[in-house]
Write a protein that binds this ligand. Structure first.
Ligand code: KDG
Ligand code: MG
Length: 411
């Protein structure tokens, strides 16, 4: 089965998405997600100029060989642009293999290990009353676990808080897309000491209101030093978090050794990691509890399955990155992995906007708090090319932080 055609499709229904569409001489079509939020066109060029010409004429069945060829023959390896491009090829080939075998991809990965994947949603509020309303809304939507993000007194705009005013023609909210359309990134503000003082009081209030059962998560979004993160983990222990995510910036992996020495709050990291090797020491030294890799930025289904099999030796579980900048194709890819592996933990699930769901038709379901990729052959996602063509690319950037004195800070 030969790859006969490859197209890179950019569309911006609710936000920008980059999709690779491969077609074989037998008529099978495979889709792969190559979306890199705020840097989309770099991956488009990587695919169009450097990968597509190498794919035409290749055997579509040789997934591992094609992955190794793209990774090793480029010499430079790694990095989000390269790995998003390779991920798209890998996913599209798994999609094609599933269609050729007339099976959903999870069957090719060993079959289902569970009936569905527990999902967490993004509850947020600038203050406790708004946050409580948001948690209730999520529970009504069927979520059985929630991520809690809150405003900090004195700070105007921070990561993870859904805008109360609507964006984009009155339909979408901030939690659907932190990358704002425009020629410049927006500026947010940050104060770690104020955050460390305030956050434990919020978790105490949430536990008092919603009880001890509900799994609660929190994303530190790379903004603390190691000792600050250790202090936060310790101060949140009474509230029994499911995880504390990205408590320190991802580059300094040794930071987690220090955090781990001080707290039993479970740790999750990896949404900006690109390879299995980024996790190697963290897994082997058992410095984390959840692997946060996203299929899209991690080279696709093949390496995601490998890192999870490695993590399983150390009782470390999955918690794949699932914001709306992972397209429905990338999201489906990690649902198939999550259904098949033994060490699934939890799946982040922010729901896509209605226009996105018209561009990408999905067999995925979300019922009683559980996600399932569906049983359509392949990944279970179809791209409506005509619908995609209605929404051309629009420049958009993720925000960044400045401290009160003007210093740029991690966002
Ligand atoms: O594009 C950036 C987002 O993917 C990121 O800010 C979302 O941290 C995130 C999360 O946990 O979903
Ligand atoms: Mg995160």
């Amino acid at each position: 089965m030969i790859i006969e055609r490859a197209d890179v499709i950019v569309t911006s229904p609710n936000r920008n998405f980059v999709t690779l569409r491969l077609q074989t001489d037998e008529g099978h079509v495979g889709l792969g997600d190559a979306t890199l939020n705020g840097r989309e066109l770099a991956v488009v060029s990587y695919l169009k100029d450097h990968v597509v010409p190498l794919l035409i004429g290749k055997d579509a069945h040789r997934i591992e060989d094609t992955w190794q060829f793209l990774y090793r023959s480029s010499y430079w390896r790694r990095g989000p642009v390269t790995m998003a491009a390779i991920a798209a090829v890998d996913m599209a080939l798994w999609d094609i293999k599933g269609k050729a075998a007339n099976m959903p991809v999870y069957q090719l990965l060993g079959g289902a290990s569970r009936s569905g994947l527990m999902a967490y949603g993004h509850a947020s509020g600038i203050d406790n009353p708004q946050l409580f309303d948001s948690i209730r809304e999520h529970l009504e939507l069927g979520y059985r676990s929630v991520r809690v993000q809150t405003g900090v007194p004195g700070l105007k705009a921070i990561y993870g808080i859904a805008a109360q005013s609507t964006l984009d023609g009155g339909e979408e909210r901030y939690d659907h897309e932190p990358a704002r359309r425009g020629a410049q990134p927006t500026e947010e503000d940050w104060d770690t000491r104020a955050y460390l003082r305030h956050l434990p009081t919020v978790f105490e209030a949430v536990r008092n209101e919603f009880g001890p059962e509900l799994p609660l998560l929190h994303d530190g979004h790379h903004r603390m030093t190691p000792i600050q993160a250790a202090k936060l983990g310790k101060s949140l222990e009474p509230y029994d978090l499911f995880w504390l995510e990205d408590c320190t910036p991802a580059e300094n992996q040794e930071a987690l050794r220090l955090v781990r020495q001080h707290t039993t709050t479970p740790l999750a990291i990896g949404e900006i990691f690109n390879t299995v090797w980024d996790f190697q020491a963290l897994i082997k030294e058992q410095l984390i509890d959840y692997v946060r890799a996203a299929s899209t930025h991690f080279g696709g289904i093949s390496p995601l399955k490998k890192v999870m099999d490695y993590a399983a030796q150390y009782q470390i579980k999955s918690g794949c990155h699932g914001p709306t900048d992972i397209s429905p194709v990338g999201f489906a890819a990690q649902l198939h992995v999550g259904l098949a592996i033994h060490n699934f933990g939890i799946q982040e699930y922010m729901q896509h906007g209605s226009r996105t769901n018209e561009v990408f038709q999905q067999s995925m379901t979300f019922e009683n708090g559980l996600l399932h990729p569906g049983d359509n052959p392949g990944l279970g996602v179809e791209l409506n090319v005509d619908e995609a063509g209605k929404y051309p690319y629009e420049q958009a950037y993720l925000p960044f932080n400045r401290l009160a004195d003007g210093t740029v800070h991690d966002w």
